[in-house]
Design a protein. Structure first.
Length: 202
């Protein structure tokens, strides 16, 4: 890892840390909403599995995670009991918000293949305010190497897009594809990174 990687990581961390307290409050609100919803209905709509009363399991970037609604915790899959789960690695607040937002907004609709920006998502203004700062170091790193950007996504389990040059699709959740398109810097224009979502996946 070179110095630019370390600087990019530091910038991302700074941008995210500025929102940590906000995200903690959002997590609490979303857990409260899940507690009032029927876990079975939530599982059907999101593609999750019900492991027990108020306990769901789902795939997150290819890893199975457990959402313990009663104890308001999200963990990577470990043992079967609550104590064993709580001794497993707990997900960070940023991943937790993404998972909870998905669970509380999934409606079970089939994907339609129409891509939209985060501005059009439910609660998208929150992401609009935060995502630009998070993407700045990614742009700086790959502004002249879109091929490397796509290959990095493929290494992380994503798929190269057949519809967009320099684009690749990641699946944070089985029914929630995310398309990322890197437009390289040129003499006329600066680099840009577009992040799009399936309209029905939101």
């Amino acid at each position: 890892m070179d110095g630019s990687d370390n600087r990019s990581d530091a910038i991302i961390a700074k941008n995210l840390d500025g929102n940590r307290k906000i995200l903690d409050r959002i997590c609490a609100d979303l857990f409260a909403k899940l507690k009032n919803d029927n876990a079975g209905d939530t599982a059907i709509k999101s593609g999750a599995a019900v492991l027990g009363p108020q306990i769901l399991a789902l795939s997150f970037f290819g890893n199975e995670v457990i959402v313990d609604i009663e104890s308001t915790g999200i963990y990577y899959r470990g043992g079967g009991t609550r104590n064993e789960r709580q001794s497993s690695k707990k997900l960070d607040v940023f991943s937790s918000v993404m998972i909870l937002h998905y669970l509380t907004n999934a409606d079970g609709t089939d994907l339609c293949g129409e891509w939209i920006s985060f501005r059009e998502l439910p609660d998208g203004m929150f992401y609009f305010r935060t995502i630009s700062g998070v993407l700045e170091p990614v742009l700086a790193k790959y502004k002249n190497s879109a091929v490397d950007f796509v290959e990095k996504i493929e290494e992380s389990g994503g798929q190269r897009s057949g519809d967009f040059n320099n684009g690749a699709v990641m699946y944070p959740f089985v029914n929630f594809p995310v398309l990322m398109i890197m437009d390289e810097e040129s003499e006329e224009f600066g680099a840009s990174l577009r992040v799009l979502f399936d309209r029905n996946g939101s």
